[in-house]
Design a protein around this ligand. Structure first.
Ligand code: DC
Length: 219
């Protein structure tokens, strides 16, 4: 298989994929694809009543992803919809839609279209196993459910939301089970992925480890 200049970062929710992807994109000046946001956008437009055959075109034409400092801002024409997309309501609907074959097929070409010659870092659940099987470097980033729940707890607390740690752990475990046991594109490391368990690593340590992999296999 001809390998293309893509670094895939897959893994369960709250494993730190997004933060790692944004840091790596910044350091190596790569384009970035947060595939989870496409599933959320699909849910957002479907909830507004848009016909499914129109959604991926509308995403391609009307949506702009802006990297501001280390945050990804998502604009729908000139309206900032980042917070709408992060809501629990959209997350739950996106999760439901993500097991639908029609939705996954509709988003496949859109995800591939993020590839540019300068290179791409793509994060999600099936970047290395399905969408970019031909990627030069594949990473599967994971951490224990407790550690991921703690990270999510701090993130939600920072946003001023009330959170309950035991409920978060149960929520994360249920989502893991759902993501890894679904029939289509289940959450799995690709055979040729490097598995990083970040339970006892800081983001800086994960970045450093990834930079070494990039030197060995990507550059
Ligand atoms: O990473 P996230 O929470 O923003 O993803 C939103 C939903 O989309 C999540 O339920 C899993 C799904 N998803 C997927 O099925 N495949 C991907 N490549 C990315 C996300």
């Amino acid at each position: 298989m001809n390998k293309i200049n893509v670094i895939t970062i897959d893994g369960p929710s709250a494993s730190g994929k997004g933060s790692l992807a944004r840091e790596i994109a910044k350091i190596y000046n790569l384009s970035i694809l947060d595939s989870g946001s496409l599933y959320r956008l699909y849910a957002y437009f479907a909830q507004e009543g848009m016909k499914s055959e129109l959604i991926s075109n509308v995403i391609q034409e009307n949506i702009e992803f802006k990297l501001c400092d280390q945050d990804m801002i998502i604009m729908n024409v000139d309206k900032d919809i980042t917070d709408d997309l992060r809501s629990e309501n959209i997350a739950a609907f996106a999760s439901e839609l993500s097991s639908n074959r029609e939705v996954r097929n509709a988003l496949f070409d859109l995800q591939r279209s993020f590839y540019t010659e300068k290179g791409l870092v793509a994060d999600g659940r099936d970047m290395g196993t399905v969408v970019f099987r031909d990627a030069k470097l594949k990473i599967y980033l994971t951490a224990s459910a407790e550690v991921r729940a703690k990270r999510r707890y701090l993130e939600l607390q920072n946003r001023g939301q009330e959170v309950n740690m035991p409920a978060l752990i149960v929520d994360i475990e249920q989502r893991d089970l759902k993501d890894s046991s679904r029939e289509l594109s289940p959450l799995l490391p690709a055979d040729d992925a490097h598995i990083i368990d970040s339970s006892e690593m800081s983001l800086e340590e994960v970045i450093c480890y990834t930079k070494n992999l990039i030197k060995e296999e990507y550059l």
